[in-house]
Design a protein around this ligand. Structure first.
Ligand SMILES: Nc1nc2c(ncn2[C@@H]2O[C@H](COP(=O)(O)OP(=O)(O)O)[C@@H](O)[C@H]2O)c(=O)[nH]1
Ligand SMILES: [Mg+2]
Length: 378
């Protein structure tokens, strides 16, 4: 974390602190900002958003490599009943959610459970969320096992939903919202999920509710070390790739350009992997259209920069896709699945991913191999 941002063009990621009154949301936010929040309880009367600039690092061969510098906005949502519409308006702009309850009081997680059901699940906000964690606070005041068990019930319930979308279990962490180290770990867990779509097990284990329920003693919090994130080469189904790219694209990246960059290196790495598997590949273009109509792009070869996106080519491919669609409609052919253009020197494989999630266009030297065609079309 560094200084507060000054409206730069860094990507903005917004998360919300959500939960019943007195569950420690405001204390958590204040602790994160380095402010002390002891004393009388003051209910939060409106949504308060703070913004910090952070850099997410990964460590490779002992070197710290910055992966993404971004603005993290944290919205402290008021829990008052009458502020429902304000709460919901903010939720729709968030991709991460920290769900708070008080571990000293079993009523607190019950209220949280009900709020989550009535507002988040029924409101359809869960689908927007990439990262979720459940946070039990006030562990320094002594814990109530029943409270934690109810918190865990909620974690299990949400994990079922999240597993089917993102394939991770929702972390359930027990903290003191007044402890700086613990608050930082919670934010790092969140950040790790947002950036890698996976759980940082070492960090989670430091505050895990399971350990508490099993009667383990709280380990004293050690200084946080960046742990190693190995990005394994993997060959994903094209749909999975587009889905991933689309979800990453949801994290609003403000670039005033015609087509936006997919704001994470992972889809770019995936394209690279694909190209290394099929040597006939010369170029790959991935286009993902979000529900807001924006078109995000990733391209192989080259680095993930806007300059590397061949804008002319993207224009042509979009126009080509529209013409193809017109033909399909006119001739009542159903949806397009793929098209192969064989040139005398090179070929292009145009694949529309299932569910209209995006398109992948691959240019090959000579004709594409049967294997490549099969990978994309079956
Ligand atoms: N000892 C202790 N007090 C806490 C903790 N979290 C919150 N509090 C206190 O509990 C009260 C309610 O917390 P607050 O953050 O305002 O709750 P909010 O309504 O969720 O924003 C305040 O007096 C906080 O100082 C915690 O983890 N430990
Ligand atoms: Mg508050």
């Amino acid at each position: 974390m560094s200084a507060e941002s000054s409206g730069t063009k860094l990507p903005l990621i917004k998360i919300a602190l959500y939960g019943p009154a007195r569950s420690g949301k405001t204390a958590f936010k204040n602790t994160f900002l380095g402010k002390r929040s002891l004393g009388d309880y003051i209910p939060t009367e409106k949504v308060e958003v703070v913004e910090v600039v952070r850099t997410f690092f990964r460590i490779r061969s002992g070197r710290k490599i910055p992966v993404e510098t971004y603005r993290l906005a944290i919205a402290d949502l008021p829990s008052k009943e009458e502020l429902l519409s304000e709460r919901l308006a903010n939720l729709s702009r968030c991709v991460g959610l920290l769900l708070f309850y008080d571990v000293t009081d079993p009523v607190s997680p019950q209220i949280l459970m009900k709020m989550v059901e009535d507002e988040i699940i029924s409101g359809g906000y869960l689908q927007n969320m990439i990262a979720l964690s459940i946070i039990g606070t006030k562990k320094d005041l002594g814990i109530n096992k029943d409270a934690i068990m109810i918190g865990q019930e909620l974690a299990d319930k949400l994990s079922k939903e999240i597993k089917s979308i993102w394939n991770y279990d929702v972390p359930h962490l027990i903290v003191s919202a007044l402890n700086v180290e613990e608050v930082k770990i919670v934010i790092e867990v969140m950040e790790h999920i947002l950036m890698t779509l996976s759980i940082p097990k070492d960090l989670v284990n430091k505050l895990s509710a399971t350990a508490v329920l099993e009667g383990a003693v709280f380990p004293s919090v050690e200084p946080v070390k960046e742990e190693e994130i190995l990005i394994k080469p993997e060959l994903k189904r094209p749909e999975a790739l587009a889905e991933e790219a689309m979800e990453i694209a949801k994290r609003e990246k403000v670039i005033e350009e015609k087509y936006k960059l997919i704001p994470a290196t992972k889809p770019w790495d995936l394209l690279k992997n694909l190209a290394s598997k099929y040597p006939e590949i010369e170029k790959i273009l991935l286009l993902v259209t979000t529900s807001r109509g924006e078109i995000y792009t990733a391209f192989y070869p080259g680095e993930p920069t806007l300059e590397n996106i061949p804008i002319d080519l993207v224009d042509m491919i979009i126009a080509f896709g529209k013409s193809l669609k017109d033909v399909l409609i006119k001739e009542e052919m159903g949806d397009l699945s793929y098209a192969i253009l064989h040139g005398t020197k090179k070929s292009v494989l145009y694949t529309r991913l299932k569910g209209g999630k995006g398109i992948i266009v691959i240019k090959t030297k000579g004709k594409p191999s049967e294997e490549l065609i099969r990978f994309f079309t079956e």
